[in-house]
Design a protein around this ligand. Structure first.
Ligand SMILES: [Fe+2]
Length: 209
């Protein structure tokens, strides 16, 4: 009663803080995405789609707030650490050599190192750190397996791989199931978006072609 008579009700104040935090979260995502654009990483559409799919999977698997919000952040910014990878590696047209691949594999740690410093982004940073772990324990950086890997990281990993796998499937079936001219045409503009996905896997669209 006091708070209603002499100031803002607690519930309203909490709502205001939540709204402020939500706006801050959006601004940070937006700023980091612009950083990826400056690095010419063009992950916009890929990341947005990843976030939408990831949220649907997360809801289906019973994730609740605030973990769903962490999932959205992790999906949108999973490759932010690539800002720390040299262009000579990120944009290399052919297959990466061993040393280059070792450096490329640092991007989850780089992303974690930056995002964990932002209050409210600690969990999402952890999910980003583990987005290249494999269910069988053969991924990186920590070699976690099965339930040791955070569920959000497992979700981001699946949706992230989907685009790359779809492209590989098209290439494999070009000339048999699919018209090679149509495949080539489609890939010519899908290529820009897919380049980052292939790069993360240590290969590239052009070498796959
Ligand atoms: Fe990645």
């Amino acid at each position: 009663m006091d708070s209603i008579l002499h100031g803002t009700p607690d519930s309203l104040r909490i709502k205001q803080v939540e709204e402020q935090f939500s706006a801050l979260r959006s601004s940070v995502i937006c700023a980091f995405n612009q950083l990826l654009d400056l690095k010419d990483l063009n992950t916009g559409v890929h990341s947005t789609r990843l976030a939408e799919w990831g949220m649907r999977v997360g809801q289906e698997l019973g994730l609740e707030e605030p973990e769903l919000q962490n999932l959205e952040v992790a999906a949108l910014l999973h490759d932010i650490g690539k800002v720390g990878i040299p262009d000579s590696i990120l944009k290399k047209p052919g297959r990466l050599d061993e040393d280059e691949y070792a450096l490329m594999k640092k991007h989850p740690e780089y992303g974690w190192a930056v995002l964990r410093m932002l209050p409210g982004f600690e969990r999402a940073a952890l999910h980003i750190l583990h987005h290249h772990e494999n269910f069988d324990g053969k991924g990186y950086p920590a070699g976690l397996k099965e339930q040791e890997i955070p569920l959000v990281s497992r979700i981001v990993s699946v949706t992230d791989a989907f685009d790359a796998m779809a492209i590989r499937r098209l290439i494999l079936a070009s000339g048999t199931q699919f018209d090679p001219v149509v495949v080539q045409c489609f890939l010519s503009f899908a290529q820009a978006e897919m380049a980052t996905v292939f790069a993360a896997a240590g290969t590239s669209v052009s070498s796959a072609l």
